[in-house]
Design a protein around this ligand. Sequence first.
Ligand SMILES: [Zn+2]
Length: 181
Amino acid sequence: MNGDRIKDAALEDFLFGVDRIALTPVLDELRELQNGRCFYCAGPLKEPQVDHFIPWARVPLNAIENLVVADKSCNNGKKDHLVAAPHVRSWMARLASHASDLEAIAHKASWDQGSAQVLGVARATYLLLPSSARLWLSAKPSAQEFVAADPCDLKLALAGWGPAELHSKTTHARTLRTAHH
Ligand SMILES: [Zn+2]
């Protein structure tokens, strides 16, 4: 990261607030990637909103890999909660099978990306959870549905990518960024 880029980032934070950077530039493409369906309930997206998969309130991470599109009711229900293992599994599957699509979206929108960083944060966050933690599962008309964190299930859900593969992805991302600037 060079000096100008740091200055740009600081200016952006000043103008928009660290937590207020508009997520709309990537909304349409992410929605397309999800075939117009909510990431959490798979229902057709009526009022699509970009959601930070690992909640912004926990880790302020805007990288494309941490962004999913959800309908308003799921997004409102999930709020700042971590999500249950089935969602973690679909998120990991998206990370693995759509790595190049996510990279392309980030590149086009000059957006932050970093699968290795995001995955590292997800693992650190989920694997250190006590089993007493409650994870958000779904939005029901009556109430939000939560389940207990199952450490074994979460560990399995977050397994899969070896360090070698992550390393090459990170290097590739860096190459792209350098080429872009
Ligand atoms: Zn939904």
